[in-house]
Design a protein around this ligand. Structure first.
Ligand SMILES: [Zn+2]
Length: 233
């Protein structure tokens, strides 16, 4: 990753007033769309943006969230560069081994052939650990991110593995107790089965997928029917 900042954006209360301030000291605003202002600083762009808009872009509730003050932007030349920058981190066996505990069991995801070697992938739920300082223990510079937010920007194969891992971890989180008798369940088959700990019950639980289809209708024809009257739209 190149060591540069493309865009420094200041969150402001009053955009026209803020623009006027910089114009009064002799700066010339670049051409932009409405609701934002930018000044070219020879290599870096200095932007002004209403803080309410910035909070909305960040998905923050302006009534509840702390007011954002500024952002640093790193613009890439090609869309494909985003996937190279936002590369999911796979922990090494040594790193993961230090985190394995009786209440944090490894879940086998499968084998992945990579170049000339094969890697065995496991998922490990470490959500009980505080995030602060945890990422710095890994071999590469990293940070925690919400998968739904970065999913569209990472490599598709990595995204599939991440989504699979998350689905499996969520299934385990929801099946700590037997749905039949309420006793604790035991992880078996490298995380692909949970068995009820009660000898009299012994119910087996297996991961299930909840397939969903999201579609956009075009040239849609709906027919509402009634035994006596038929209405076509
Ligand atoms: Zn049971």
């Amino acid at each position: 990753m190149e060591q540069r900042v493309s865009l420094i954006t200041l969150a402001v209360d009053d955009l026209p007033q803020a623009v006027a301030f910089y114009q009064n000291i002799g700066w010339q605003a670049a051409q932009t769309g409405p609701g934002v202002a930018a000044f070219n600083l020879h290599g870096t762009v200095f932007g002004l943006y209403p803080w309410i808009s910035m909070a909305a872009d960040m998905g923050l509730d302006p009534q509840l969230a702390m007011r954002p003050s500024m952002t640093l932007g790193y613009n890439v030349r090609e869309k494909t560069e985003v996937a190279q920058i936002l590369e999911p981190l796979f922990m090494t066996a040594t790193e993961a081994g230090a985190l394995v505990a009786p209440h944090r069991q490894l879940i086998y995801l499968g084998k992945r052939a990579q170049a000339s070697e094969a890697r065995y992938l496991f998922a490990l739920d470490i959500s009980d650990l505080p995030e602060d300082g945890l990422a710095s223990q890994f071999s590469q510079q990293s940070y925690f991110a919400e998968l739904r937010e970065i999913g569209p920007m990472i490599d598709g194969r990595d995204g599939s593995v991440m989504a699979y891992a998350r689905a499996m971890l969520y299934w385990h989180y929801r099946h700590i107790y037997c749905g039949r008798c309420g006793q604790k369940t035991i992880v078996q088959k490298l995380g692909h089965q949970r068995k009820c700990g009660s000898a009299s019950c012994g119910e087996m639980h297996f991961p299930r997928t909840d397939p969903a289809v999201i579609m956009l209708g075009s040239h849609l024809h709906i027919q509402l029917s009634h035994p006596l009257n038929y209405l076509a739209f």
